[in-house]
Design a protein around this ligand. Sequence first.
Ligand code: PRX
Length: 663
Amino acid sequence: MATDETTSNKPQTVPESSISSVLSEKRKFPPPAEFAKNAHVASMADYERLYAEADADPDTYWGGLAEQFHWFKKWESVLEWNSPYAKWFQGGKTNICYNALDVHVNSWRKNKAAIIWEGEEGDQRVLTYGELHRQVCKFANVLKIAGIRPGDRVAIYMGMVPELIIAVLACARVGAVHNVIFAGFSAHAISERVNDSRAKMIICADGSRRRGSSINLKNIVDEAIVNTPSVRSVMVLKLTGDTVHMHDGMDHWWHDLMGLASDECDPVEVDSEHPLFVLYTSGSTGKPKGILHTTAGYMVHAASSFKYVFDIKDEDIYFCTADVGWITGHTYMAYGPLLNGATILMYEGAPNYPQWDRFWDIINRHKVTILYTAPTAIRAFIRAGNEWVTKHNLNSLRLLGSVGEPINPDVWMWYHKVVGQERCPIVDTWWQTETGGIMVSPLPGATPTKPGTATRPLPGIAVDVVHKDGTPCEANEGGYLVIKKPWPSMLRTIYGDNERYEKTYWSEFPGMYFTGDGARKDDDGYIWIMGRVDDVVNVSGHRLGTSEVESALVSYEAVAEAAVVSRPDEIKGNALVAFVTLKDEYVGDMKLREALRNHVAKEIGPIAKPDEIRWAKGLPKTRSGKIMRRLLRELATSNEIKGDVSTLEDFGVLENLRDSEED
Ligand code: PRX
């Protein structure tokens, strides 16, 4: 989950009038016949039937999916709903680690690759389900020896190595609650999260490799734990050989304890609602929110959404580029694939290390069949140039996915043509840390796609677009995206703060979960996400989704990336300021500015013309790749930044932007 303003801690305030949505996209791509032939859901008729069945009788639908797992004791009720608090599969006892590993180890999959890992320097490891199980059992015993009991919180702070997944699964095996902290966070951010969850242990590595050098994670943990009284021990994985100081009684080497631990460890049989993990989503102001997910409901939706959205087959090699430090990494790098017995390709490093073709090289060498990545990465690839992609053979790919932000139609088309070679369906998946799993997405063998929309909700998921008073919007009318029925992988609360949970998500539209996103449904019932409502701007009485203006800008030949924010304007209420990064061969001048304004006017309408266009060498982003619009808003308004910049990836970007005012 990103630490940016899209997940701001302040209570959501919904603007008064509705949102104008003006981007109109006519292109439509039916699923290729070849793909549909073997798909789990092979036609729109099948999807419609499933959706109607799940809608009419959610208990039977979700109960049916839950039957497919191993239960030590079967549940008594599918859902107990005391709005806004849900209890799924009450009375049941299970263990998600058992379902992700033991079930496969007891089958022909024992020797199937669970994780194919590639290090940044090109080193490789393959862990079969059998080997992963062995390592997880050993580390689960280490946790027990260190005094970790069911319900205890364990913080994990590591780069993208298999031990991160081993640590996560070992926690789940012993009933401990994992709290993964992205390895790019500062000491302050660690202590804040560790203190909020009162974690008893931190698991880290000596270092983490990034673009050819190494970040000493242990030193950062040392700095953090000066202020974390709840921490009793620190486990340290030796990985990079960075110099570390081991403190007697507190710090332990991973390999020392693993060397002593047995590889047999019975899973703890936990209640369905036993907490599984806390994942922090820090806003730009205030305290980060600890999103709490529990065991059985999360398991059911993580596994089933993965199966249907990615149409997973045993032969697939599935490459998810998200970091396990974010929700995508939890659900679709670790739990979803493993619960399905799939093979995961895990890459340690940066997409442009040593060069811009690293992903494409990996796909070619490992014969990856499914790629799941983010629009921000795709835009960077477009900027770097097609030749990095086309020099590799990508014929193994059969499906592409996108997540995390709206994918601009032109970026979608590039992904479709250059990466997917017009052969691979694209699943644009809308969801949030809070939803635990995908909510709106095409089913690749069934749903005709249109560039820029996540299409329709998954069966069992009741999303809608509503006015401020909660009444449904008409087709093509912009409004607020809400979820009208509970779903199994929903967050249960904000850790330790029920009041904030109720206020943030359930107070704006009584009886409905408010996502914080603006959206519209088109004539086909497809959902078009227009960005967060705080990214929705009122210009001369019209409300515009800034992402639509961004899409229009990015569809112009010279533009690599664009972010649009508003600043107060005496006449119009708000003026639009666009920060635009050009492709390498273009130079920003007045002529290009005018051409861009006219282009936006042509794509959307004169109302959406940016009042100001600033050239940017790069845009300020969080470490998870989200554009920090809050900083851009501050720059656009006052040309200085007073707020918190601790989650910014590259500070140099800000200096360049300060100097980029329109001449
Ligand atoms: O605004 C939506 C955007 O990302 C937000 C959730 O962010 P986070 O909790 O960090 O989770 C990201 C990974 C699931 C949403 O409220 N978002 C996510 N996916 C999409 C999206 N916006 C448009 N299209 C998407 N596919």
